[in-house]
Design a protein around this ligand. Structure first.
Ligand code: DGI
Ligand code: FE
Ligand code: FE
Length: 192
C-alpha cells in the first residue's frame, strides 16, 4: 500500500498548504514509529498522508461520504466536523484514493479519538498526528518523549494533552476519547 505521486497531487489540491505539510509530517512521523515498533511501514506512511484528507470539506459533505460508505457513527461524531473528519477521511480514502487496506482505513477512521482495542497501526497514526515535526504546541516534547517509551505511553500522553486542552477551552469531551484512555490504562501488557 504505497502513497503514489498521483495520490499526493490529489491530496495537495484538497488541502491548504499548511494542512498538506502537516500530512507530510504525519506520514514521516508514522514511518519512523512503524520502523521502531515493527509495524507495516508503508501502511503507516499512507495512513499518515491521508489521515486528514477530509478535514477541509463542509460538515454536510463529510456526512455524505460517511453515509455513502455505510459507516455508522455516534450522534456526537455525526454532528461535529472535528470528530467526523476521521470517518469521512476513511470513506474518501476508499472512494477517491483507491485505498483497499482495511487496517489503513481504520487508522484514518479512528485517528482523532482512538478506540478500545486499537491496533498498533492505529496507535501509530494517532500518535504521529501529535508529534510530527511541524507541531510545536506546549507539551509536545512530553509526548515525543513518551513515544520513545512505548506506543501506549505515547497515545496516553497525547490523549491527556487533548483532555487538558478540552477542559481549558470549556469544550465537550467525547465519551469515546475517555474510553480510549481507560482502555490504554487498563490494558495489562503496557508493552504494545
Ligand atoms: O485534525 P488535526 O487537527 O490534525 O488533529 P485531530 O484529528 O487529532 O483533532 C481534531 C480536533 O478534534 C481538535 O481540535 C480537538 C478535537 N477533539 C479531539 N478529541 C475530542 C475533540 N473534540 C471534542 N469535542 N471531544 C473530544 O473528545
Ligand atoms: Fe485530524
Ligand atoms: Fe492531523
Amino acid at each position: 500500500m504505497v502513497m503514489t505521486q498521483e495520490m499526493k497531487e490529489r491530496l495537495e489540491k484538497s488541502l491548504s498548504p499548511k494542512r498538506f505539510s502537516h500530512s507530510q509530517g504525519v506520514a514521516s512521523a508514522a514511518r519512523e514509529l512503524a520502523t521502531r515498533y515493527g509495524v507495516d511501514v508503508e501502511a503507516a506512511e499512507t495512513a499518515g498522508w491521508l489521515h486528514d484528507c477530509a478535514k477541509q470539506v463542509p460538515l454536510t459533505d463529510m456526512q455524505a461520504y460517511v453515509r455513502q460508505a455505510g459507516y455508522t457513527v455516534d450522534r456526537a461524531v455525526w454532528n461535529s466536523p472535528a470528530l467526523l473528519h476521521g470517518p469521512a477521511g476513511a470513506a474518501l480514502a476508499a472512494s477517491e484514493y483507491g485505498v483497499r487496506n482495511h487496517h489503513v482505513l481504520r487508522a484514518i477512521f479512528y485517528h482523532t479519538v482512538g478506540r478500545k482495542m486499537m491496533s498498533p497501526l492505529e496507535k501509530i497514526v494517532f500518535l504521529a498526528d501529535y508529534i510530527e515535526p511541524g507541531r510545536d504546541f506546549p507539551g509536545v516534547e512530553r509526548i515525543r518523549a513518551a513515544a520513545k517509551v512505548s506506543l501506549n505511553a505515547g497515545v496516553l500522553a497525547g490523549i491527556e494533552a487533548t483532555l487538558h486542552h478540552l477542559l481549558e477551552t470549556g469544550s465537550t469531551i467525547y465519551i469515546g476519547t475517555v474510553e480510549t484512555r481507560n482502555w490504554i490504562l487498563e490494558s495489562e501488557e503496557n508493552i504494545d
